[in-house]
Design a protein around this ligand. Sequence first.
Ligand SMILES: *[C@@H]1O[C@H](CO)[C@@H](O)[C@H](O)[C@H]1NC(C)=O
Ligand SMILES: *[C@@H]1O[C@H](CO)[C@@H](O)[C@H](O)[C@H]1NC(C)=O
Ligand SMILES: *[C@@H]1O[C@H](CO)[C@@H](O)[C@H](O)[C@H]1NC(C)=O
Ligand SMILES: *[C@@H]1O[C@H](CO)[C@@H](O)[C@H](O)[C@H]1NC(C)=O
Ligand SMILES: *[C@@H]1O[C@H](CO)[C@@H](O)[C@H](O)[C@H]1NC(C)=O
Ligand SMILES: *[C@@H]1O[C@H](CO)[C@@H](O)[C@H](O)[C@H]1NC(C)=O
Ligand SMILES: *[C@@H]1O[C@H](CO)[C@@H](O)[C@H](O)[C@H]1NC(C)=O
Length: 386
Amino acid sequence: MAIQSLQTFLFIVLQVVGRVTCLKEVSDRQCDCYLTNDTSKNYFTTHNFFDFRALAQYAKVPSPIADPYDSTNADETSNYFLNDNWTKVWGIQQWNNSDTVDSGDVPVLLVNSPNNIYIEKNEDENASSDTFLTMRTLRYKDYQSTAEFESISKAYHFLSVRMYARTIGAPGAITAMFTYRNDGGSTQLTTVQESDLEIRTMDPKDKVQYTNQPSYNAAGYDIPKATRNATTPIQADWTQWSVHRMDWSPTDTTWYIDGRQVASIAFQVPRDPSQVIFNAWSDGGEWSGNMSVGKDAYLQIQWIEIVYNSTGNAKTTDKRNEDTAWSLSNAKRDEEGCQNVCSIDDTPTTGTPVLLQGGASRISDHILGLGVAYIWIPLLLATFLI
Ligand SMILES: *[C@@H]1O[C@H](CO)[C@@H](O)[C@H](O)[C@H]1NC(C)=O
Ligand SMILES: *[C@@H]1O[C@H](CO)[C@@H](O)[C@H](O)[C@H]1NC(C)=O
Ligand SMILES: *[C@@H]1O[C@H](CO)[C@@H](O)[C@H](O)[C@H]1NC(C)=O
Ligand SMILES: *[C@@H]1O[C@H](CO)[C@@H](O)[C@H](O)[C@H]1NC(C)=O
Ligand SMILES: *[C@@H]1O[C@H](CO)[C@@H](O)[C@H](O)[C@H]1NC(C)=O
Ligand SMILES: *[C@@H]1O[C@H](CO)[C@@H](O)[C@H](O)[C@H]1NC(C)=O
Ligand SMILES: *[C@@H]1O[C@H](CO)[C@@H](O)[C@H](O)[C@H]1NC(C)=O
């Protein structure tokens, strides 16, 4: 009896160990596609990981620049932001909202500055990284100094994007991670397609705002179906380091904090290829509120990870957009489907994918070895104990 229970116990232990061991860490070159672990199980063709956790050589908090023009024209804060790895994917913004201030739409001038995006040493007690990326926003008497970077590509077409981040600082700012597309002028509401994660620093620390824009109509009325004022899981208020995840699929946008679903919106889901944007800002309007002069707020990010499809990428996409040229040139791959399916969720090492299926020859040794172990270790132990 006792030996039988022991055998059962060992068998279970080995199965768990076997499962973990079989999910072999691989490089992106070995992955044909990525399967996310949410309920709708989306497949994506491409994976990107930006790790800001060990960049001590670039760490330096730049002094704020008071003059708005000097602020606009400031240099990147370190060579990290001049390297191809960064510049091929992200563009640091220098625009301002003087047109909407002039037209009376918002009260405070907002000026995006490269000086507000930098690598900072993590001075936390028992710090979980050496460094992180900081996006800073500061209130001067006559304007708000802000930070934004946007993807160079406007062709993201469905994605799962995650950041390990926190927001700290004074009320009156918004920190955000979102997709964006605008086919018209900035004032044309109906041409915007956008899925947002926004933290309002004036809100309670356990409230995060999720929206499929537009959230109000031409008459200025709110569209409640477009937004969620969600509650964070316990211990994961927005001042704490947490994984914030947004999955944009053809049917809905769904948001998670530390792996737990906190909101899902099927209404007004963006349809067309879009950009991915991160920012920290305020314009003194109703949504952001006013920051007090001399105060500041920060979005701090340890890493960003994205799996996505994109239009124009040969391997993409959603059936509705498959073009003939692609179908012909990739006829072989198409027939075979996605051979090597990887996961960025089931990995023990954030940023490194694991192989879920396929590549049989590569993992056969593991399976074989463990398969044999399933049989002989319990047998050996049983024999020994008897
Ligand atoms: C704001 O943008 C306008 C239009 O691009 C430009 O003329 C102006 O110099 C900018 N202001 C600042 C403070 O950079
Ligand atoms: C750029 O990325 C490659 C591949 O991840 C890496 O080997 C290289 O060190 C990076 N370069 C810099 C300057 O960070
Ligand atoms: C840091 O670690 C020490 C030792 O484990 C612990 O006593 C302390 O409470 C930790 N501090 C924080 C802020 O977690
Ligand atoms: C979200 O709800 C909290 C109260 O639960 C409220 O204080 C906050 O103003 C709300 N935020 C928005 C944007 O509605
Ligand atoms: C999905 O993976 C994340 C890690 O990326 C994890 O936190 C979460 O619990 C997983 N969710 C499910 C449903 O397995
Ligand atoms: C912010 O302050 C300006 C005056 O500088 C005022 O016009 C505006 O109404 C304030 N915004 C809010 C949301 O109270
Ligand atoms: C992404 O592209 C792949 C390959 O074409 C396709 O199988 C998959 O369904 C696409 N994913 C989404 C969410 O559209």
